[in-house]
Ligand binder design. Structure first.
Ligand SMILES: NC(=O)c1ccc[n+]([C@@H]2O[C@H](COP(=O)([O-])OP(=O)(O)OC[C@H]3O[C@@H](n4cnc5c(N)ncnc54)[C@H](OP(=O)(O)O)[C@@H]3O)[C@@H](O)[C@H]2O)c1
Length: 251
């Protein structure tokens, strides 16, 4: 099996890469900074420097990864840009990078996978959104809005690619214990409810892709909480989410 992971140089993407390698699959990853990948580990991991915002760079990486006439079996897009923007502290540079990576990057990855897989008439595509994108509320952050957009974009590709035998899995996880999440929170994740260990999340994502699930939301407690919150009238939901954001910002 040939598996390509965009945004596979750290965190969830890298963990998925290691998992698939341990199963004996051929795995390629791309990211902008290959130095993030530890040199001592994962000798078999095939790595490419590519930016999801530049379609041609990822396209070149995927085509180089595939030997002639080989299929691309699974394409996972883990590339994502996130910052602590709940308090309106996000800079112009962070905002544009986030929009480009999360929206344009998602479309670029879908298009690259689509072009290859439609000819093969098989394949699995997955994208990492976020549980925050499930809820529709006024005061959500720019990050949350991009993740909500990703869920909508994936939905459109799911419908369009189904007739070609291609599955699209949207992953909407709660908090996953990655170095990036820790770095954004001064290494203190005590205010992140239902935090999921990285290895547990990796297995969950891998199983959802295997089962060709359309949408997977985890952990279960977070999913239930979202279902409950979604049923609330908009003004009450807005108030709860505003208070939650304020509480999370307090030292
Ligand atoms: N951790 C969580 O709690 C959590 C929860 C819900 C959703 N998510 C989502 O899960 C994904 C991964 O998060 P993570 O915590 O594993 O963070 P991470 O370690 O920062 O992983 C992000 C990956 O994306 C790559 N990347 C970023 N911008 C890119 C670009 N323009 N082109 C190519 N690659 C790019 C990064 O590599 P380079 O820097 O080398 O480019 C890195 O490999 C993100 O989409 C995030 O929004 C995370």
């Amino acid at each position: 099996m040939n598996i390509f992971i965009a945004g596979g140089t750290s965190g969830i993407g890298y963990s998925l890469a290691e998992y698939y390698l341990s199963k004996g699959y051929r795995v390629g990853v791309c990211g902008r900074d290959l130095n993030k990948i530890s040199k001592s580990n994962s000798h078999d991991l095939i790595r490419y420097e590519a930016d999801v915002c530049v379609k041609s760079s990822v396209e070149k990486a995927v085509l180089t990864f595939l030997d002639k006439n080989e299929n691309l079996d699974i394409f996972i897009n883990c590339a994502g840009s996130y910052a602590e923007d709940v308090a309106g502290e996000i800079s112009y540079e962070e905002a544009t990078q986030m929009l480009k990576t999360n929206i344009l990057g998602t479309i670029n990855c879908f298009e690259i996978a689509r072009e290859l897989m439609v000819h093969q008439k098989l394949g699995r595509i997955a994208v990492i959104a976020s549980v925050s994108g499930i809820l529709d509320y006024e005061n959500s952050s720019l990050y949350t809005k991009t993740k909500r957009a990703i869920i909508q974009i994936s939905d459109a590709y799911h419908r369009a690619l189904k007739p070609f035998g291609i599955s699209v899995t949207t992953v909407a996880p709660g908090y996953i214990d990655t170095l990036k999440l820790r770095a954004l929170n001064n290494n203190d994740l005590s205010k992140k409810p239902f935090l999921v260990p990285l290895d547990v999340a990796t297995k969950k994502i891998m199983e959802a892709i295997d089962a060709k699930k359309k949408l997977v939301v985890f952990p279960l407690k977070m999913k239930w909480m979202m279902t409950f919150l979604s049923a609330l009238p908009a003004p009450i939901l807005n108030l709860i989410m505003f208070k939650k954001a304020k509480w999370m910002k307090q030292e």
